[in-house]
Design a binder for this molecule. Sequence first.
Ligand SMILES: [Zn+2]
Length: 256
Amino acid sequence: MQRFVILMYHMISEPKTTAEIKYACPPKQFEQHLQMLLSSGFNPVSIKAIEDYYIHQTPLPDKAFLVTLDDGFEDNYRNAFPILKRHQIPAVIYLATGLIGKTNQWMTMPTFSECKMLSWMQIKKMASQGIDFGSHTVTHPKLNELDDDSVGRELVQSKKIIEEHLGVECKHFAYPYGLLTEKTPELVQQAGFKTACTTRSGFNNEERDPLMLHRIEVYGDDSTWKLKQKVIFGINDASWFFPLKYYWTRLFARLS
Ligand SMILES: [Zn+2]
């Protein structure tokens, strides 16, 4: 059965605090990740290709991967965009629309530095050159803590404002913090979204609900070796021990 991976990044810049190491991938590292994937035979696809795969059963290339960037940090324009363009790799950026042109106000922990978020001008420029934009709500709330009406407002308003600014339908969504209830995917669908990304790890295939897509979280300090293990095994935490254990279990299963 055909399977593909979705990679989740946040900031593409040097981390400024220890807490940011997980979320901030230095640009050089980001480029090395992408180069490794390309030279290992992985094929970049867009979120549109994923949508077509689920809605029209359009096949994906083998070893397909999608790059996603959550939140809409300004460094996505400054640092990620030139690299993605250079390697002709499509990507989708999920925007918390109430924060556009502002700073990362929702990250209230003092362990995170203040970061600029994308402006509409930067978003429009990227949208005209191969980058897709999805919704990540208006205010980046924990959707599992809101009532249905409030969730609906977050979904519909963010979708509408992206469509007004970009002039194309906004069909893709990512759950803030990966938090949701059993009911949330239904509300996402009612708002008109076709795909939605969670933060659950693992591969996706035709049996996956497109409103519950799984992603591999790429940490800022992941080496190319580590990322390769992650995309081969479909896990977030690749240690030296894991591949050994994986092959050992398979060998053992074959012998017994
Ligand atoms: Zn987020």
